[in-house]
Design a protein around this ligand. Structure first.
Ligand code: IPE
Ligand code: IPE
Ligand code: MG
Length: 249
C-alpha cells in the first residue's frame, strides 16, 4: 500500500448530459453545473498540495455532437475563462491548455492565450485543460515534430527512445499521471492521454460529474493510497524497497 499521495491527477469529467436529463433540463445546464464541480476539484487539489491536475473538457471527437451543443459549449468556455482566470491567478495557479487550439474561434484562442500568459509564472497548482484534445492527436503531433527534426538533421533515428518521444508529447514537463478519475460510470479512456496513462491507476465512479463532491475526491484519494504500484516488479520487491527507504530492512 502506498502512503504517497498522487502528484498528478487527471479527470474525465463525464456525465453532464445525464445529470441534466435526470432533471429535465437541457444538456447545457449539465455542462454549466459541471463547471462548479471543476472549481471544486481545483480547490481540493490546492488544499491537498497536488502538483498537477489535468481535466478533459472537450475531446477531438466531441465535434460530432449536435451543432447546438458544440456551440453552447464553446460559449461556456469563453464565459467561464473570462470569469475564472483572475481568481485562479490569485491562487497562484498556472493554467495551460493541451490539444489542437487552432480549430477554436479567434476569440476563444485569444482567451486561452491570455489566460496562459497571465498565469505563466505561477508556481502553485499546475492546472491543465484538455480542449480539442485526443491521445492519438498527441502522439501524431509528437511524431510529426520528431520527423521534422530528423529531416532537418537535428535528430538521428537512433536517438528515438521512449524518453525522447515522451518529450514531444503534451505535459512533458510534468510527472506522468498517477491517478486517473472517470465519473459517469463508463469504464473507458475515450482517447484521453494514451501514452501518458501507461502506468496510471484507473479509478471509475458512477457519480455524474456535476455531483462530484469533496467527499468523492477524498474517496478517490483513499482508493489510490490503497494501491500497490508495481511497474512490472513483484509485490515483494516493491515491499522490500519501500522497507529499505523507510529504514526498516
Ligand atoms: C462530459 O459530459 C462533458 C463533455 C463531453 C463536454 P457529457 O456531455 O459527455 O455527459 P453524458 O455522458 O452525455 O452524460
Ligand atoms: C469524454 O467523454 C470526453 C470528455 C469528458 C470531454 P465522452 O462523453 O465524449 O466519451 P464517450 O463518447 O462516452 O466515450
Ligand atoms: Mg459523456
Amino acid at each position: 500500500m502506498s502512503d504517497i499521495q498522487p502528484e498528478h491527477i487527471v479527470v474525465v469529467m463525464d456525465g453532464n448530459g445525464r445529470w441534466a436529463k435526470k432533471r429535465h433540463l437541457p444538456r447545457v445546464a449539465g455542462h454549466k453545473a459541471g463547471v462548479n464541480a471543476t472549481r471544486k476539484i481545483v480547490g481540493n487539489c490546492v488544499n491537498a498540495n497536488v502538483l498537477a491536475l489535468t481535466v478533459f473538457a472537450f475531446s477531438s471527437e466531441n465535434w460530432s455532437r449536435p451543432q447546438a451543443e458544440v456551440s453552447s459549449l464553446m460559449t461556456l468556455f469563453v464565459t467561464t475563462l473570462s470569469a475564472e482566470v483572475k481568481k485562479l491567478h490569485k491562487q497562484n495557479i498556472r493554467v495551460r491548455f493541451i490539444g489542437d487550439r487552432l480549430r477554436f474561434s479567434a476569440k476563444l484562442q485569444q482567451k486561452i492565450k491570455d489566460s496562459e500568459e497571465l498565469t505563466a509564472d505561477n508556481t502553485g497548482l499546475q492546472f491543465n485543460i484538455a480542449a480539442n484534445y485526443g491521445g492519438r492527436w498527441d502522439m501524431l503531433n509528437a511524431t510529426r515534430n520528431i520527423l521534422a527534426k530528423v529531416h532537418k538533421g537535428e535528430m538521428r533515428v537512433e536517438d528515438l527512445t521512449e524518453d525522447s518521444f515522451g518529450e514531444q508529447l503534451s505535459l512533458a514537463d510534468l510527472p506522468v499521471p498517477d491517478l486517473f478519475i472517470r465519473t459517469g460510470g463508463e469504464k473507458r479512456i475515450s482517447n484521453f492521454l494514451l501514452w501518458q496513462l501507461a502506468y496510471t491507476e484507473l479509478y471509475f465512479t458512477d457519480t455524474l460529474w456535476p455531483d462530484f463532491s469533496d467527499n468523492d475526491f477524498k474517496l478517490a484519494i483513499e482508493w489510490y493510497r490503497g494501491r500497490q504500484r508495481r511497474f512490472g516488479k513483484t509485490g515483494e520487491q516493491v515491499n522490500d524497497s519501500s522497507n529499505l527507504s523507510q529504514g526498516l530492512a
